[in-house]
Design a protein around this ligand. Structure first.
Ligand SMILES: Nc1ncnc2c1ncn2[C@@H]1O[C@H](COP(=O)(O)OP(=O)(O)OP(=O)(O)O)[C@@H](O)[C@H]1O
Ligand SMILES: [Mg+2]
Length: 298
């Protein structure tokens, strides 16, 4: 039973007098239990539109969306029960205090009354909002509002947590804290789907990714496999004395040397034997997500 399965999901928008917009175009992928899945792509790629359909906020024009085998279109109430969602836009209940907001949401999501206060205190502490608990939500700073949204989304301990750019515009310390929370929830068995424009963040957190552009999936799978596929297939090395004979195929790149990789183990052995103690450093390079992203979306 996968937390998420998308089959041929399409969303088009028709506004009068304007051409049809296909925001999401025939998207299919699954997220397996216990994954941290990164949904990546440039501005306007269709990520938030897809997330709003996965969250049941709008219906797909065509295609099917199931959460733990429950169809989001046919059975939205049950499907939504699995979810916690942090949308991209900041939405908080301005007139209520932080604690009231969390109390309201824990009730709405069916957290038993006896457990509510404990959960709220825990969430407040987790997101460092304890000293703001009696303040009205409208008086919070932007970063604090985002923290409150995250607290709201996890108060009922959902099996599947979706975060649309949770770390956009937050300070460095809070970003680290959000990562820690994501990692902890993941360790506790929560499946996570999130979007980010910080590819380094995706590199550190994700097991699997979907890369979208112009509404469509352009790459999908295990982050490690994708990095392998795009790896530069070359060995880079540095020498103490550069004026020595080189094996065939070696060429200089700046202060380094490069050798096209055939078999990592054999090539490393050959180079080590050839250069011996003249070899200062040697490494094979996996492509960074940023270079993969730029290659695919250029
Ligand atoms: N309600 C709507 N009506 C018309 N067009 C829409 C609507 N919502 C989204 N779009 C269009 O769909 C496309 C995808 O938008 P979306 O918000 O899903 O992108 P995104 O990948 O989340 O981008 P960002 O990284 O900037 O958040 C854009 O061209 C956008 O203008
Ligand atoms: Mg978006």
């Amino acid at each position: 039973m996968n937390p998420l399965s998308l089959r041929n999901v399409t969303k088009t928008y028709k506004t009068q007098g304007k051409p049809l917009i296909t925001a999401v175009n025939d998207v299919s992928f699954t997220i397996e239990p216990g994954s941290i899945h990164g949904l990546l792509g440039p501005n306007g790629a269709g990520k938030s539109t897809l997330i709003s359909m996965i969250s049941g906020m709008q219906a797909p024009t065509s295609g099917s969306i199931t959460l733990f085998d429950v169809d989001m279109v046919r059975n939205p109430e049950q499907a939504k029960g699995f979810l916690g969602v942090v949308p991209q836009e900041v939405v908080v209940e301005m007139a209520f205090t932080v604690q009231e907001v969390l109390y309201y949401f824990s009730g709405m999501y069916g957290v038993p009354k006896a457990q509510r206060q404990g959960r709220i205190d825990h969430a407040l502490e987790d997101l460092q909002l304890s000293d703001k608990k009696d303040e009205k939500a409208k008086t919070l700073s932007g970063g604090m509002k985002r923290r409150l949204m995250i607290a709201k989304a996890m108060i009922h301990q959902p099996k599947f947590l979706i975060l649309d750019e949770p770390t956009a515009g937050v300070d460095v310390a809070l970003r680290q804290r959000i990562w820690d929370i994501v990692r902890r929830l993941h360790a506790e068995g929560t499946t996570i789907l999130f979007t980010t424009h910080y590819l380094e963040e995706a590199e550190q957190l994700c097991d699997t990714i979907t890369l979208m552009n112009h509404g469509a999936v352009i790459k999908e799978g295990k982050l490690k496999d994708i990095q392998k596929e795009f790896s530069q297939n070359s060995i880079h090395f540095e020498l103490y004395d550069q004026n020595v004979p080189h094996p065939e195929g070696v060429h200089r790149t700046g202060s380094e040397f490069e050798f096209p990789m055939r078999s990592l183990a054999e090539d490393m052995e050959m180079l080590t034997k050839h250069y011996n103690s003249n070899l200062k450093a040697i490494r094979s390079e996996a492509a960074s997500l940023e270079s993969i992203f730029l290659t695919l979306t250029a």
